[in-house]
Design a protein around this ligand. Structure first.
Ligand SMILES: [Zn+2]
Length: 191
């Protein structure tokens, strides 16, 4: 349930969006970041965007899997353990290598050679809105630090605004005016 009435939400929303954009125009990046926090605080707990770098990284990381040559099953990188073994006579003749790295399929227990393994990269594919964003960047020392901070801060603020706008859309759709809420409560009492 939203914490404030819709007109209140709209007013707060406009206010903090305005502050945020003004700060960006004036290159006050810490101000813009602070405004994002205020903007996010406008919502009830359910629709507030979570600010959590670890969770964000986990949700957006690329998943790499190796395909077994024998059974075609995929083994994730976490399940994969590799070992280096001495090559057999034919491999040695063909490749000139004394040793090779192999891994064992978690499904059929066959040994696969790492060099010839097919890897599948599962790119994180959006749901574009995750409800989670990373923590804001902080500035490192020096002029180079300032430049990279400026870039990272602008990106972070835009990304955050985007996510929070999406939450705001949900909050608006879910909003039940107070009059209707009372009606629902009355009906519940009568039943
Ligand atoms: Zn296998």
């Amino acid at each position: 349930m939203p914490s404030s009435s819709l007109p209140d939400l709209n007013t707060l929303w406009l206010k903090w969006t305005d502050v945020c954009n003004n700060c960006l125009r004036q290159s006050d990046f810490y101000g813009a970041i602070a405004a994002v926090f205020h903007l996010n605080a406008v919502f009830g707990d359910e629709n507030r965007v979570e600010i959590n770098s670890e969770k964000y990284d986990e949700l957006t990381k690329e998943n790499v899997k190796a395909r077994c040559k024998i059974c075609n099953e995929e083994t994730t990188q976490n399940e994969m353990s590799t070992q280096t073994i001495s090559t057999d006579y034919i491999t040695r003749c063909l490749t000139g290598e004394d040793k090779e790295t192999v891994w064992t399929c978690s499904n059929c227990r066959s040994t696969n050679t790492l060099k010839t393994t097919e890897f599948i990269r599962e790119k994180f594919n959006s749901p574009r809105y995750l409800g989670v964003i990373p923590e804001p960047p902080t500035r490192k020392r020096g002029i180079a630090g300032y430049k990279s901070f400026e870039f990272a801060a602008k990106n972070w603020v835009r990304h955050a605004q985007d996510e929070i706008s999406y939450s705001f859309g949900i909050e608006r759709r879910e909003y039940v005016p107070k009059v209707d809420r009372d009606d629902i409560a009355d009906n519940d009492d009568n039943n």
